[in-house]
Every structure is written in structure tokens, then in C-alpha cells.
Design a protein around this ligand. Structure first.
Ligand SMILES: [Fe+2]
Ligand SMILES: [Fe+2]
Length: 206
């Protein structure tokens, strides 16, 4: 724990308790993953000058709605007016971020909106990711339970490349994984990918 206040440490413990109550019995591995993402997000926050408390809180909460069955998630998404402009059956794995982001503020009214934005964006990303958004997205991809050489390579980049560059590498890895496993590639993800390719090109051209 870096430079958090006692109150912030206590608040994280409270959130973790609620997460345990929600997940431990039904999705113990998902709970472990969420705790790992929180810890990894905290480390990334310290490495890149992002607020550690917000990173850890968003890490704990990012998969809050992974315990909700797909059909219910889809129904809630429709109810909340969340539209992906894609067949709902294909985007089911992406819904838990945006749905949770709209429901969590009522449960955690003391947390700032930026935490919920990071939860929202952890499944698809966005063309204008904030540093906190990037930290949570990256932590989700490289936490210790994620296996494989590609993930190991991403971990070696932490602190060596800029935060946007690390995000771009994680996003590109995610796109590769989707293609390798022959899953549905959400067009919005490609839009985000292309936006960062363009931005990168500009940086390189300077
Ligand atoms: Fe997720
Ligand atoms: Fe996750």
C-alpha cells in the first residue's frame, strides 16, 4: 500500500467484504481474479502516477456483475438503454462492464464517477481512455492468474513504456486473442484499436 489514508484502506476493506459476500460462494476464481486486478492496478497506479485508491477500488469492482447470468445481463442492458450496435448474443461477454457502471453508483455513492467509468470501459476500452481507465484495463489483462508468453511479455513492459503504449499493447494482445480463439470481434474494439494506431503514428512522426 503506497500513500493511501487509513480511511481509504478501510474503505477498500469494506468494498472487498461486499465483493466476497457477492462472489466467494458462487465464483471463487472470479473473486481471486478481482483481488488480483485490484492489487495489480494499485501497483500500476504507483508506477504511473495514478491515484492508488481509485485504481484499487475500480479493480475490486470491475467484474462486479460477472455473477449475473447472461440473459439477465442482456435484459438489464436493454432496460438501461445500453446499445452496442451489434447482435446481443455476440456481445454478452462485454455487457458486465457497462451494466455494472450504471448500477454501482447507487451502491457506492461515495466513490467518484471516474471509478465507474473505468469499470464501464474495462471490457471494450474507449478512444479517450483516462489514465485510471488504462490502469484497470491493463491490470485485468496482466494480473498474475493470466498465463502465457504473451502476457509475460506485457508484464516486462510495465514501467518501461508509457501508460498509453502499455494500454495499446494490451489491447492489441486482446484483439489477437479474440482472433486466435475465433471469437466475435466487436467492431467498437477495432475503432479503439485504430484510434490508438493513429495516435501512435503521430507520436512516432514527431
Ligand atoms: Fe470483466
Ligand atoms: Fe476481469
Amino acid at each position: 500500500m503506497g500513500q493511501m489514508t487509513e480511511e481509504q484502506v478501510a474503505e477498500l476493506a469494506r468494498i472487498e467484504g461486499l465483493l466476497r459476500a457477492r462472489m466467494e460462494a458462487v465464483k471463487p476464481r472470479r473473486l481471486k481474479h478481482s483481488l488480483n486486478v485490484s492489487a495489480t492496478a494499485g501497483d500500476l497506479a504507483l508506477a504511473y502516477g495514478v491515484d492508488e485508491f481509485l485504481a484499487r477500488a475500480a479493480g475490486l469492482l470491475h467484474d462486479w456483475d460477472k455473477v449475473v447470468p447472461d440473459d439477465e445481463l442482456a435484459a438489464r442492458a436493454v432496460q438501461l438503454g445500453i446499445s452496442f450496435d451489434a447482435p446481443v448474443t455476440q456481445v454478452l461477454p462485454l455487457l458486465h462492464g457497462p451494466v455494472a457502471a450504471r448500477e454501482l453508483p447507487d451502491r457506492f455513492p461515495d466513490l467518484p464517477a471516474e471509478v465507474f467509468q473505468a469499470v464501464d470501459r474495462h471490457t471494450v476500452g474507449a478512444v479517450d481512455m483516462s489514465p485510471l481507465d488504462m490502469v484497470v484495463f491493463i491490470a485485468d489483462g496482466i494480473e498474475p492468474m493470466r498465463n502465457g508468453e504473451d502476457i509475460a511479455r506485457l508484464r516486462t513492459l510495465v514501467g518501461e513504456v508509457s501508460l498509453p503504449e502499455l494500454f495499446f499493447e494490451c489491447l492489441a494482445q486482446g484483439v489477437c486473442y479474440v482472433l486466435q480463439t475465433r471469437r466475435y470481434l466487436y467492431p467498437g474494439t477495432l475503432t479503439v484499436y485504430n484510434a490508438y494506431v493513429e495516435r501512435r503514428g503521430k507520436r512516432v512522426a514527431k
